[in-house]
Structure formats: C-alpha cells, structure tokens
Ligand binder design. Structure first.
Ligand code: ADP
Length: 379
C-alpha cells in the first residue's frame, strides 16, 4: 500500500476475505473500494459504489459526531468516531430500505480510511446481558467450587492430624457449598424453563400457616448452621386457617426467595416479619408480605430488581451470595399462578415485598373439579 493508493492487490485480497462489509475511503471521503461482503450486504454492484461519497451511502442518526460519515471530513485533520451506529441504504427485490448497521473506521496510509460495516443485530444489545450473565454465573460457581476443593484438599492432606471437631466443620462447609451449587443450578434451570414457558402448575388449596412455618423453619436451620445463631423471624397468619390457591412447590419457592432476601439484606440483629392476610377489600385474594429492616432499595431501581441477573450496586453485592435470579423467578412464578408482586422500600429503613394470590375459595375448587372432570371425560 503506497503512493496515494493504499490498497494494493494484497490489501484487496485481505478485504475480499473478510466476512464484514469493508469500504476503502480516500481523503475526500469518496469510496475507492468495496469488498464482496459489503456489496452483498447493501445490494449494490461494486461499480455503483465507486467514487460515491461515503456520507451518501451510510445514513447516520442526528448527533453522530463522525465527520467522515457526515461528509464534513477534513482529509488533513480527520475527526471521525472510530465506532458508531448508522443506517445503510439497501437495495433489494422489494425496493430500497434502511438497514441498521455498526460502523468502525480505521486509519490507513495517505489519509485513507478503512470502514467496516456489519448489520446491527439484537445480539449486540444482548452481548452486555450475556457477558453479565457469564461473569455472574462463573463467579457464583467458582466461589463454592474453590471452597469445596480447598477444604477437600486439606482433609486429604492433613485429615489424619486434625481433631474430629475440625474435620466435621470442614465437611459441613463442603456440604453447604455443594447445597449452594445445587440451588444455583436449580435457579438457572427454573429461569430457563420460565423463559420457555415450560413450567407446569398443579393447583390445590394450601394452608398458609403451615407453609410459612415450614419456610421459616428451613431458613432458620440454614442460618443457624452457617452462623450458629437464630434470626428474629416473625410469622403471622390472620385468620390462621387462610388457604391459598396455588402450586405448593412454586409458592414455597417464592416465599423462600423473599424471606431469604429479607434475611440476606438486613442486619443480623433485626427482625423479618412475614404476614399472611386477605388482600385489602378483597376476600377472594390473599396478600403475603415479607418486611425487613435492612438498607432498602432506591425507588428508581425497584422496577429493575425483578429483571434477570439484576443486582443493586452496593458494597453488599460482593459480600452477599446471589445471582440476581431470585426475584425474576419469584415474579415469573407469581404471575404464572395468576398473582401479582409489589416491592416498596425506604432506603435506610427497609423493604416490603407483597405477593397477592387467589384464595382457595369454594368457587375456585369447584371450578377446578369441573375442569378435571371435563378432562377425564374427554379422554
Ligand atoms: P440476588 O440473588 O442477588 O439476591 P434477587 O433477584 O433475589 O437476586 O434480588 C435482586 C437484587 O435486589 C439483589 O441483588 C438486591 O440488590 C436487591 N434486593 C432484593 N431483595 C432485597 C431486600 N429485601 N432488601 C434490599 N435489597 C434487596
């Protein structure tokens, strides 16, 4: 590449081999070469592109600060953005249309510019979510795995010299970390099933007091195994015989997620309150609320916490185990069972998560029996 002709035959062969569309643009902003991938993408014949102004081929959204694409290029002092989005006029069988593209410029010799053009796909927006997912999930896998491997190595190398009590402590840590991995895998599976709407529900009346006691008991046992101290967890159901119309396993999963979060994101000395009652002014619905006295969540972030993999940026994020999947799963399961979920929070004072689900009224049960009967008849 030399003498005002930065593209020799080697340069052309190189561009011809690219799967990205490539244009070589001279110092006047005129296209001097287009590779086959660009011609295919745009529908232009190479001859139709040569000597065209780049700015006439690529249309840019207002406010783009790329002088080259905007046709205001000073060849001696190029002021172009090296990477930006734009639109390409595409000629196809149904006429002309504008294709959203990513544009990348690289300087060549003698004020020529190489301009790479690729179709903009939804993948570009997914890339960030995908890389967040990979980094969250690999961190969440690596932490327990490192701990399991470390304690297993120690037991193998020095087990014979360690007192029994110490050995038991190490084995408990290994078990806890394995449980953490199982929970993570289960959450990932549930999230992917929810994404594909493959979760099947089996509805029945569920006595709320019994279920909340079970949830509180399992969380209390987990905390106690971890810290050796019980947590203040207050459960109240009024009237005590309330029954929810739901899938028992899914409702348990919802409640575990909410109570687990309340415990995780509030001080060990504070109390978590769980309350089951009829929804205000509506005896056909039941409201279950989980209230904590933790740091809370800023109001503008409340809608985001229900999205997949979202975790509020805070010093707690690194310290507290989590993937940002719990509330996504909780909300998806709640809505799949015909319910709603709300979060209220006052930063510095705490948060309340409320789930509203149908009560197991005689009408619900009769309708369910009729449906079952009709299915059996149809078989
Ligand atoms: P995680 O696995 O990170 O706990 P969740 O989906 O359950 O994921 O929650 C998403 C984020 O919402 C959490 O990372 C946390 O920042 C915030 N959050 C959830 N519950 C609470 C709570 N009770 N108090 C404060 N922040 C909370």
């Amino acid at each position: 590449m030399s003498n005002g002709q930065p593209l020799d035959s080697d340069g052309r062969s190189l561009l011809d081999a690219l799967t990205s569309g490539a244009l070589a643009v001279d110092g006047e902003g005129l296209i001097q070469y287009a590779n086959p991938a660009f011609c295919e993408l745009s529908g232009y014949a190479p001859s139709g592109l040569l000597q065209q102004k780049l700015a006439d081929v690529l249309k840019l959204p207002p406010k783009t600060d790329c002088a080259l694409c905007m046709s205001a290029c000073d060849p001696m002092n190029p002021q172009w953005a090296t990477f930006h989005g734009g639109f390409l006029r595409v000629e196809n069988s149904s006429g002309a249309e504008e294709l959203r593209v990513k544009i990348k410029h690289s300087p060549m010799q003698n004020h020529w510019t190489l301009c790479l053009v690729d179709p903009f796909s939804e993948d570009t927006t997914l890339t960030q979510a995908h890389s967040d997912f990979v980094s969250t999930v690999s961190h969440e896998f690596r932490t327990p795995l490192t701990s399991i491997k470390g304690f297993a190595d120690t037991l193998l190398s020095y087990g014979a010299q360690l007192p029994d009590e110490e050995k038991r402590r190490f084995i408990n840590i290994i078990k806890d970390q394995a449980d953490r991995l199982i929970r993570l895998v289960e959450n990932l599976l549930t999230a992917s099933k929810l994404g594909a709407s493959r979760v099947e529900m089996s509805y029945r009346p569920i006595p709320l007091q019994r279920l909340l006691d079970k949830v509180a008991h399992s969380i209390q046992a987990k905390i106690q195994a971890k810290t050796g101290v019980a947590r203040n967890l207050e459960v109240q159901v009024r009237p005590a015989d309330l029954e929810v119309w739901a899938d028992a396993d899914r409702l348990e999963q919802i409640l575990i997620n909410l109570v687990d979060n309340a415990v995780k994101y509030s001080p060990a000395s504070s109390t978590v309150h769980v309350l089951g009652e009829f929804a205000p002014n509506d005896d056909s619905q039941i409201r279950i609320s989980v209230k904590d006295e933790g740091g809370g969540i800023p109001e503008d972030l409340l809608p985001k916490i229900f999205t997949k993999f979202y975790r509020v940026e805070s010093p707690l994020k690194q310290e507290v185990e989590g993937t940002g999947l719990g509330l996504y799963i909780t909300k998806s399961l709640t809505t799949a069972m015909g319910g709603q979920i709300f979060a209220e929070s006052t930063p510095g004072q705490g948060s309340t998560f409320s789930v509203i689900l149908p009560a197991a009224t005689p009408e619900k049960q009769a309708a369910h029996r009729r449906k079952l009967y009709a299915t059996e008849e149809g078989e």
